[in-house]
Design a binder for this molecule. Sequence first.
Ligand SMILES: [Zn+2]
Length: 228
Amino acid sequence: MEELVKTQLDSIESEGISPYCAEIGATGSTGLSGQKPCYRPSREEAEAAVKTLLSWAGDNPDREGLRDTPKRVVKAYEEYFQGYEKNIGELLGRVFSEVENYNDIVLVRDISFTSHCEHHVAPFLGKAHIAYYPSNGVVGLSKLARLVDAYAHRLQTQETMTAQIMQALVSHLKPRGVAVMLEAEHMCMSMRGIKKQGSITSTVQFAGLFENNPEQQARFYTLLRGAR
Ligand SMILES: [Zn+2]
């Protein structure tokens, strides 16, 4: 039985197509020499790459303290970037239509997230605020948090992540309007480069009722400030 499970896992890994390519429907060469964008290296190859970076940084990857670091880093990567494995449609799948005719704004504030920027693979940490006006029903509140996590656990910019969350809600929930705001501190700004700590980047995207509607946007900001 164990052998069977292992064989199945091996066959999935040996396909060597990255989840990113699987999602956008692209296929690529499976072979390290090609280094095509869709090629997904094995765990061993990923660990070897971490070892190379450790040597390049100037340390000895074979010393005791670093010996298991490549394994740990790859495991951490698995966790940081598990969003590639998430199917957004499935995640938002179920809409609750019996909500006693509730059709006003739904706002979930302060959904904390941790992500990594695609330029430096440096963490950025912050909060997401999501509001929407339901049309055919509402989605479970925890689904909104899961949606934020699914995109946060991928490589992108904060701007892209804001647009992705909005777009996912527009296409899967078909609400009358969506507002998404992210506020985050970027380690690539506080630990490297300009080295400024504590600055917060805000990004906002509006769709439907909120778009080009200062009154609705003001309502969103007022509700956000509400209990602060
Ligand atoms: Zn960055």
